[in-house]
Design a protein around this ligand. Structure first.
Ligand code: ZN
Length: 1011
């Protein structure tokens, strides 16, 4: 079905670096057939047109001549009327009063509008296309309203983004509406001319603006009907999804406030283009080009929204925060673009052609004659464009610094170039953070006063303090508690150095104080900062707080960027064997934390630690938090009108102190709270038992505005966006919220208690171990069948075409490897050596861990896994982790027959080979002689979680084709087809999973006797 042949690009995703360097795009395979079939279709269409096209002029055609010859009378002879006859033919017309006032013009405009509307409505595509699309969008909601196979709750905030995509969105079926606007604008404007009535129409006593406004009004009315159909699509979607709380007000605001405005602005542009270009098909071409610029502006490097027609800084609607602070800049941008479309409309009216004369001169002459009448309108439009544009520019480029992508990268490059040599400067360690935070939700502002306690943990005296500030964050009143002078104060790149008069001696402590203000500087070209909002503030330390020393997280990582900005090449991540990188401990260091957070009286403010005290002062409410154990330097403040579900959890071991679990959520989003609580408790119990104690007295889970469905873990705190609470798992289906929760709780061990060195493979120690740990919790609480359902869903990603070339898992460098391949490798190993053995290895890894350098890497994990694996399976640990191994396993045939004793024997013919692929794509086949599962199963019936095995054993498998005979443990159910195959549970990494298992053929008893 690929018309343009671009599917080739998708296929090339699977090419290895060697392929990309050496392989040519060959005309073969399905791509060749695809090209051939489309090419022949195109040639066919051309031939058909050529053969059927009448080159003759219709008048001179034979049939026409025949027709004409018969029906057209000969031109009548000129008649000369006798004089005196004229009086008789006169008809007396009564002199009716005629009005040409505004009322008449309005009626004319309405008449033209109505007429235009109906001409679209009656055309074949005017209503039907949009109505069909709306119906499809509504009825097929269950097909797309899912996430990893889990249905979504069709709350209005979930449905709206589907119905109201931005004009610049390419990946939406609603791209249909702008295309229809382009088409019908041309049709309407050229209607009279195409009917040959232009001359007649031009003589009617209808002013130019009335025609323009009337036709535009007709199209606008049609767009309004289309938008109503969008709303209908949303309502059908919700009904089909079984959701019945229709928020009509939100629909009206979004669709008729936001989306209709966008479409009308676009229609204004297209109308003006058609009128100004004054040639229908050229007009289409220019209008489509203009739409192309809107669609691809960011890709051609146009970033400022003052330059992209109808652009805005985006909006979002959330149950927690409504339209939030996003709507104000939206309104300003729409006022600006509305003024432009008014200006375009006036210009279009000026050059509106009433005559046949298409020459530029004639039209300019006409415009000149009309100008005095439209002068005021033109001036008003110009004034509006200038004033609203000026206000926006003042906000985006004067009040705030205008930073485009290139500028941002250049700043990062400058930061590295100028201060990179301080990366190894000895810095004191942050041991305690004390904060006094005032959050003002209604003003979008916050005021933080911080005290950092810094200790010299090195063996050298430290004579200067380096500080990396987040660019554009206002920090004031920086002071240290000893005499010091400022050596470097770089506001632009955010770097400061204070020279201490008296150096900080080893073991000595000093304090650094500063004040940080979060103010809404109205809006930038990227919108508004949403850290502090009316309901659902979230101030993340990583985004705001200064870092002690040089911050290498801010460096450019991509090789291309580094080259472009003149930086020395550097691997995206330090090598696994880079021993110096194991001494970078900033993300592993621990500190005590204490904060007093104030907010408005009807909101709850949250920070890490136990709530020591809570009090009111005036119309504000204060919360004092303090941690009972040190945390890594990653934390956040939250403030919103929350509901709280609380439970106590006690570790299953003697003398354990109770831990308070709190789920702090938006009151309307309570659907998943119970399963979250269950998952948190089950996870804490499992991890405590298997890996070691949970260090804190609190565990909190908080909701914040936003569409994301994942969660984010910080010490003793997990936060999630609203999208998570809109997952709606069904009984018998995958309970993904439960699993995600278990994964995030696991991060309290993997990633927070246990911090890995920032080298290749770090993601395996954090994400793979968290996912693998969560799999054990899910298996233990929801059952093995549920785990299988989860694994099947996760394996779907294996089917995305991707290159087999990759480093081994120990040097994993992308999400696919750390979130999918890593957990699967651990799961495979678990199935070979046993769950307890793998847990022993993980526990040992944690036991040996220390936050002091050198920090652990995947090599430490590898060593522990080797230690728990018997010699006979050491090859497997190597194949799974230390090499990029694939197993091509295939069942060619499976035949069952009954033995004379009545038992059933299944004979399989399987093919096996093992290949190791390096990161360039070089393949090396290895001889196989290893254990692989052979299974015979009754497939899962409807409603059953997994297949029932009649046989499942590991067999010694060699490379190549081989025959295997197994005797089934039970009798196959009559009438149910058996399935048999090699590695039926896909423990080993096999890119082609579909051929592992085959249906079993039953050999009839009769034939056996004959043989
Ligand atoms: Zn994670």
């Amino acid at each position: 079905m690929d018309l343009l042949g671009t599917s080739l690009l998708a296929d090339m995703e699977g090419w290895t670096p060697i392929d990309k360097n050496t392989r040519l795009i060959r005309l073969d395979g399905p791509w060749l057939w695809n090209r051939l079939s489309w090419l022949s279709l195109a040639v066919g269409a051309q031939l058909f047109t050529y053969v059927r096209f009448g080159m003759d002029h219709p008048i001179s055609g034979r049939t026409w001549r025949l027709f004409r010859g018969r029906s057209l009378p000969a031109p009548p002879a000129p008649q000369v009327s006798p004089p005196g006859d004229q009086d008789a033919s006169l008809i007396a017309v009564r002199d009716r009063p005629r009005y040409f006032g505004f009322g008449t013009q309005l009626r004319q405009a309405i008449a033209i509008g109505g007429n235009s509307f109906w001409s679209i409505a009656k055309s074949w595509s005017g209503l039907t296309l949009v109505a069909l699309l709306a119906l499809g969008t509504g009825l097929f909601a269950p097909e797309y309203m899912t996430w990893f196979g889990v249905p979504l709750l069709a709350r209005t905030q979930e449905v709206l983004p589907i119905l109201a995509p931005p004009l610049s969105s390419l990946t939406t079926p609603w791209i249909l509406i702008p295309l229809l606007i382009v088409f019908y604008a041309g049709e309407l404007l050229w209607r009279e001319r195409e009917a040959g009535l232009q001359a007649l129409f031009a003589t009617t006593p209808v002013p130019d603006w009335v025609q323009f406004v009337g036709k535009f009004g007709g199209l606008a009315l049609m767009i309004t009907v289309w938008v109503s159909l969008l709303m209908l699509a949303g309502l059908i979607n919700q009904v089909v999804m079984g959701y019945h709380q229709f928020e009509i007000g939100v629909y009206l605001q979004t669709l008729f406030g936001i989306q209709l405005t966008n479409y009308l602005l676009f229609a204004g542009l297209v109308f003006a283009i058609q009128v100004i270009v004054y040639q229908k098909y050229l007009g289409y071409l220019v209008a489509m080009s203009a739409y192309g610029i809107i669609l691809f502006a960011s890709r051609i490097g146009v970033e400022h929204k003052l330059l992209i027609y109808a652009a805005d800084t985006g909006w979002s609607y959330s149950d927690m925060n409504g339209f939030g602070p996003f709507i104000k800049p939206w309104l300003w941008f729409k006022l600006y673009w509305g003024s432009w479309s008014l200006l375009l409309a006036v210009v279009a009216t000026l050059v509106w052609g009433r005559s046949h004369d298409r020459r530029i001169n004639a039209r300019l002459h006409l415009a000149q004659r009309r100008f005095p009448r439209y002068k005021t309108a033109l001036l008003i439009a110009l004034g509006l464009v200038a004033s609203s544009g000026g206000f926006i520019f003042y906000n985006t480029n004067v009040l705030n610094e205008y930073v485009n992508e290139a500028h941002q990268k250049r700043m990062r490059a400058d930061y590295e170039r100028r201060y990179g040599h301080y990366a190894r400067a000895t810095c004191p360690v942050l041991t305690r953070t004390q904060l006094q935070v005032e959050i003002y939700p209604d003003q979008g502002a916050a005021d933080l006063r911080a005290t950092y306690s810094l200790v010299n943990r090195s063996t050298l005296a430290i004579d200067s303090i380096h500080l990396s500030l987040v660019p554009n964050v206002v920090i004031s009143a920086i002071s240290v508690d000893r005499p010091a002078s400022t050596v470097v104060l770089d506001e632009k790149l955010g770097y400061r150095i204070y020279a201490l008069k008296k150096p900080l001696q080893p073991g000595e402590l000093m304090r650094l104080r500063f004040r940080l203000q979060i103010k809404s500087h109205s809006f930038t070209n990227n919108g508004v900062d949403d850290a502090v909002v009316a309901n659902g503030s979230h101030i993340d330390s990583n985004e705001w707080m200064p870092v002690i020393g040089y911050d290498d997280d801010r460096q450019l990582h991509h090789a291309q960027d580094r080259e472009r900005y003149g930086l020395a090449p550097r691997p995206e991540r330090p090598s696994l064997y880079d021993s110096r990188a194991r001494y970078q401990t900033r993300h592993a260091e621990r500190m005590d934390f204490e904060a007093i957070v104030g907010t408005v009286k009807d909101q709850i403010a949250v920070a890490p630690g136990a709530l020591r005290r809570r009090w009111r002062k005036g119309d504000r409410q204060y919360f004092h938090y303090q941690t009972n154990a040190p945390i890594i330097n990653e934390y956040a403040f939250f403030s919103a009108r929350y509901a709280v579900r609380e439970a106590q959890w006690v570790a299953p071991m003697p003398g354990a102190q109770p831990v308070t679990i709190q789920i702090i959520y938006h009151p309307a989003h309570q659907a998943n709270v119970t399963r979250m609580m269950k998952s948190a408790q089950a996870s804490l119990s499992y991890y405590t038992r298997e890996f070691g104690p949970y260090p804190y007295a609190h565990f909190r889970v908080l909701e914040r505005p936003g569409p994301g469905r994942g969660m984010h873990a910080e010490p003793m705190t997990i936060d999630y966006q609203e999208g998570y609470s809109l997952m709606n798992p069904q009984p018998g289906g995958l309970d993904l919220p439960y699993h995600i929760m278990a994964h995030e709780v696991a991060h309290q061990w993997w990633g927070i208690t246990f911090a890995a060195a920032g080298v290749e493979g770090a993601g395996v120690l954090i994400e793979s171990l968290a996912t693998y740990s969560a799999m054990q919790v899910v298996e233990q609480t929801l059952g093995y069948g549920h785990l299988m359902r989860y694994l099947t869903q996760m394996r779907a990603e294996y089917e995305v075409p991707r290159s087999r070339a990759a480093p081994p898992l120990l040097r994993a460098n992308n999400r696919f490897m750390t979130y999918r391949k890593g957990p699967f490798a651990l799961f495979a190993l678990r199935n070979y050596v046993g769950q307890d053995r793998v847990n022993d290895a993980l526990r040992e890894l944690l036991r040996k861990y220390s936050p002091n350098p050198p920090l652990p890497t995947t090599l430490d994990l590898y060593r522990e896994l080797q230690a728990v694996t018997p010699d006979s399976l050491q090859y497997l640990v190597h194949d799974l982790f230390a090499a990029n191994t694939f197993w091509d396993l295939k069942t060619q045939e499976a035949v069952a027959r009954q033995t004379p004793t009545g038992a059933w024997q299944v004979t399989l013919i399987v093919n096996a080979r093992k290949v190791v692929v390096d990161s360039l794509g070089r393949e090396r086949y290895l001889p196989m002689n290893e254990w692989v599962e052979i299974g015979v199963v009754t497939p899962a019936g409807p409603g059953e979680p997994s297949a029932k095995p009649l046989y499942l054993q590991k067999h010694r498998i060699r490379s190549g084709r081989q025959r295997i005979r197994v005797i089934l443990a039970g009798q196959p159910v009559a009438g149910v087809a058996l399935q048999a195959g090699i590695d039926p549970h896909h423990l080993l990494i096999d890119p082609d999973m579909d051929d592992n298992v085959k249906g079993v053929k039953k050999q009839s008893v009769g034939r056996r006797r004959v043989r």
